[in-house]
Design a protein around this ligand. Structure first.
Ligand SMILES: [Zn+2]
Length: 287
């Protein structure tokens, strides 16, 4: 590891299609969109393969159904499989029962596509795990998950848990913002770094697309001197060929900014930082 990398880093992909993001679902009818995830995800898999990096793919069940060969390729390459729900609805729009049904449907789709592969990690669509939806942690434990990676410890425009721990921790069963000495589930919160006196999310996605690379890398290095880090990317945000929807100004800016530079930024990040899977980072952190 490089000298600044005192802690391990995970590479994660939220494997969804260009019509799944919340800012699109809220603004356009997406029912008849043609899947493109296979074309979008291919270059990311090529980069990981070329560099011998194993990553974690949090997969939407609908994508397992639309692109089973892609899931086969991910499993064959030795990447870790995690769950990103079946339909990509945020937890705010689910109940404990409908969430459990989503997890079961996801596992059934996964089993049909690739047989019994381990799947212990979960990431909520739109990082929608917060005080309103903390019932979901109990459902995750009951459905066989051992870690969650859905909390962003700042207040963002769509999501966030300001004040939650910044490091990997066991959430208390009565309050997901409080660290317990031990527990059945581990939380790996989205990384944030101090910039001009405020905590800025630096896990990837929009923030990585929008920031100049030198600034982004500086913030990631800052995190890695203090605690473990994870990167998250979506295949659609690396694919200049995705169909573009007519969206309101904020949604258009947040969704389509910086897509053409993203694969290059990923390559440059891999030049500087050693990555592995989410599970491996959690294990190295002795959870
Ligand atoms: Zn997502």
């Amino acid at each position: 590891m490089s000298s600044f990398q005192r802690f391990p880093a995970a590479f994660s992909v939220d494997l969804e299609d260009y019509y799944h993001p919340e800012l699109i679902r809220r603004n356009v009818a997406t029912r008849d969109c043609a899947p493109r995830v296979e074309a979008s995800a291919g270059p990311i898999l090529d980069i990981l393969e070329r560099r011998g990096v194993r990553a974690t793919f949090f997969i939407v069940g609908e994508v397992v159904r639309s692109a089973p060969k892609l899931i086969e390729r991910i499993v064959r390459a030795g990447h870790e499989v995690g769950c990103h729900t079946h339909t990509h609805l945020p937890l705010w729009e689910m109940t404990p029962d409908s969430f459990r049904a989503e997890l079961k449907e996801f596992r059934s789709a996964l089993r049909n596509a690739v047989g019994d592969v381990p799947c212990r990690g979960f990431r909520a669509p739109t990082f929608s795990m917060d005080r309103r939806t903390e019932w979901a942690l109990k459902v995750l434990v009951e459905e066989g998950f051992t870690y969650d990676s859905s909390i962003v410890p700042i207040k963002g425009p769509l999501y966030g848990c300001p004040g939650a721990p910044l490091q990997i921790y066991c959430p208390s069963p009565t309050d997901l913002m409080v660290e317990a000495a031990r527990g059945p589930l581990v939380e790996f919160p989205a990384p944030v770094a101090r910039l001009a006196g405020v905590n800025v999310p630096v896990g990837g996605g929009f923030y990585m697309r929008a920031m100049p690379f030198f600034l982004y890398l500086r913030l990631v290095k800052k995190v890695l001197r203090e605690r473990p880090f994870f990167l998250y990317v979506h295949p659609w945000e690396t694919d200049p060929g995705i169909p573009r929807f007519k969206l309101p100004r904020f949604a258009r800016w947040a969704t389509y900014t910086g897509i053409s530079c993203m694969l290059g930024k990923i390559e440059r990040l891999l030049d500087s930082i050693q990555f592995t899977t989410m599970s491996s980072v959690i294990e190295k952190s002795r959870f």
